[in-house]
Design a protein around this ligand. Structure first.
Ligand code: ZN
Length: 430
C-alpha cells in the first residue's frame, strides 16, 4: 500500500465541493491528511506536484472492452491499462461482446477477469434483449444480482417500440437504468457519415440528424409514460439536446452523455475518406457541436463518456464504406475536455464533475472523493503536459484515434486505485 506526500496540489473535488490549493498525505493507501501545509516525514516519499490537479478517479460509463470474444482488439486488461492511463479508475463495460453480456455467467466472467487484472473497477452493463436481437428481454433480476449496473443493447437500438416500453416497465420493478443507443435504423440505413454538405462532396451516403432525434424522442416519451429511468448514450445532435432539455424540465427521469469527439470534431474530419473519423452516431456539423457544448455547460448533458471503441487496423485500413464505426477514447478524453476549460467554456470544477459526479449519479455509484479517511482513488492531471498521440504512447491494444499524430495538451500523469499506484507516466511515485 502506498505512502506518499503530494505537495502543492490543486484539489478539485466535486463530491465534496472542494477546490483548493493543499498538500495531500496518503498513508497505507488511505488519505490521512489534506491541509495547506503538511511537513514531510521520514520514510514517506514527497512529490512536489507544482499546482497539478488532484481529482477523484474518473468514471467512464461507456467503454467497449471487447472481451469476451474480440481480444485481438482489446482485452479487459489492456482496456483497464488504457483507462488508468487516461485517468479513469472506473469503467462501465458495454455488453456487445461475443457472446454479448446477456446472461449472469458473462456478467460474472467480466467481473472476475477485472478483479484478476486489479487495475480499476469494471462495472458491466448487460443487454436489454437476448443476443441483442430486440425481441426477448433478458433476466434483469439475475443480471443485477450478478453485478450488472444497467441495461443497453448499445451498438444497436431496440427497434420495436413495444419491446422498449416493456423493457422500461420491467426495469421499473428494480429501478434499474436503461441506456438507449438511439438510432432509427431505417433512416440511418446505408449511411456511413453525417448527411449534409460533406457527404455530398465525398459522394457518401449520409445519416440524417433525424435518425437520432426521432429515436431520442421516442425513448424519452416512453420513459415519461412508464416513469422509468432512461439514459441516452452518445448524444450528437442539436435537436437531441433540446429534446432532453425540455424533458428534464417536465421532470422526466432522463439523463444523457456525450463523447469528447462530438464536442471536439465535426464532419469535416471525414475529409479524405478518413476512416479514423468514422463513428456511429457520426460526427455532425459545427452547429451541432456548439449545441453539445452548450448542453455540457448548462447541465442538460450529465456526463462525458468516451465510447471507447477499439478496432484493429484490419477494420479501419479499408474502404470508407466498409470500415468499422468507432474510435478509442479513454486516453484522449482528459486533453479534449481540457480544451473546453482553456477556452473558458467550462470551469475546471465543471469538467471534473462531468467525469466523476455526473456519471456516478447516472449509474448510482457511491464514491467518496478526495478526503481524509478514503482509500486513495484519484488522478493527478497535468493540464500542460504535451501528449503526442502515437501508437507507442497509447496503452490500448488498438490505435484507431482521429488524433493520431497530433500533440494534445494536458493528460493524466498519475492514477491511484484502491490505495495503489496503477499509472505513473513520469515514474514520480515509484
Ligand atoms: Zn451506441
Amino acid at each position: 500500500m502506498l505512502d506518499i506526500l503530494f505537495k502543492n496540489c490543486t484539489i478539485i473535488d466535486p463530491f465534496n465541493r472542494v477546490e483548493t490549493k493543499a498538500d495531500l498525505l496518503i498513508e497505507g493507501g488511505r488519505i490521512t491528511g489534506l491541509e495547506r501545509d503538511i511537513t514531510p516525514r521520514d520514510g514517506i516519499k514527497t512529490i512536489n506536484l507544482q499546482g497539478r490537479w488532484v481529482v477523484p478517479g474518473l468514471v467512464d460509463i461507456h467503454t467497449h472492452l471487447r472481451e469476451p470474444g474480440e481480444e485481438y482488439k482489446e482485452t479487459i486488461l489492456t482496456g483497464l491499462k488504457s483507462a488508468v492511463a487516461g485517468g479513469f479508475t472506473t469503467v462501465c463495460a458495454m455488453p456487445n461482446t461475443r457472446p454479448p453480456n446477456d446472461s449472469a455467467s458473462v456478467t460474472r466472467f467480466i467481473i472476475g477477469r477485472a478483479r484478476e487484472c486489479n487495475l480499476g473497477r469494471v462495472l458491466p452493463v448487460a443487454t436489454i434483449t437476448k443476443a441483442q436481437k430486440g425481441t426477448e428481454l433478458t433476466e434483469f433480476g439475475d443480471l443485477l444480482s450478478a453485478g450488472a449496473v444497467a441495461f443497453s443493447d448499445d451498438g444497436l437500438p431496440v427497434k420495436n417500440s413495444r419491446i422498449m416500453r416493456l423493457a422500461l416497465e420491467y426495469a421499473l420493478n428494480f429501478d434499474a437504468l436503461i441506456i438507449s443507443h438511439s438510432e432509427d435504423l431505417e433512416l440511418a440505413r446505408h449511411g456511413v457519415m453525417n448527411e449534409g454538405r460533406m457527404s455530398t462532396t465525398l459522394g457518401l451516403m449520409g445519416i440524417p440528424n433525424a435518425a437520432e432525434d426521432i429515436q431520442v424522442y421516442r425513448d424519452v416519451r416512453l420513459a415519461e409514460t412508464t416513469g422509468a429511468r432512461l439514459h441516452i448514450a452518445h448524444v450528437s445532435t442539436k435537436e437531441a439536446v433540446e429534446i432532453i432539455r425540455s424533458a428534464k424540465r417536465r421532470g422526466v427521469r432522463v439523463t444523457c452523455e456525450t463523447a469528447p469527439h462530438y464536442f471536439s470534431l465535426t464532419e469535416e474530419a471525414v475529409e479524405g475518406y478518413n476512416t479514423l473519423a468514422k463513428m456511429n452516431p457520426p460526427l455532425r456539423t459545427e452547429e451541432d457541436r456548439e449545441a453539445i457544448i452548450e448542453g455540457l455547460r448548462d447541465g442538460t448533458i450529465d456526463c462525458i463518456a468516451t465510447d471507447h471503441a477499439p478496432h484493429s487496423t484490419l477494420e479501419k485500413e479499408c474502404e470508407f464504406e466498409k470500415a468499422a464505426n468507432g474510435i478509442i477514447g479513454l486516453e484522449t478524453a482528459v486533453p479534449l475536455g481540457l480544451r473546453l476549460v482553456k477556452k473558458g467554456v467550462l470551469s475546471p470544477m465543471q469538467l471534473v464533475e462531468l467525469m466523476t459526479v455526473g456519471p456516478c449519479k447516472v449509474i448510482g455509484l457511491e464514491k467518496g472523493g478526495v478526503r481524509p479517511g478514503e482509500l486513495a482513488d484519484l488522478t493527478v492531471i497535468d493540464p500542460e503536459c504535451a501528449f503526442h498521440v502515437t501508437p507507442q504512447n497509447l496503452c490500448s491494444k488498438s490505435h484507431n484515434s482521429p488524433f493520431l499524430g497530433e500533440t494534445l495538451e494536458g493528460r493524466a500523469v498519475i492514477t491511484l486505485f484502491e490505495g495503489r499506484c496503477v499509472f505513473d507516466l513520469h515514474g514520480m511515485v515509484s
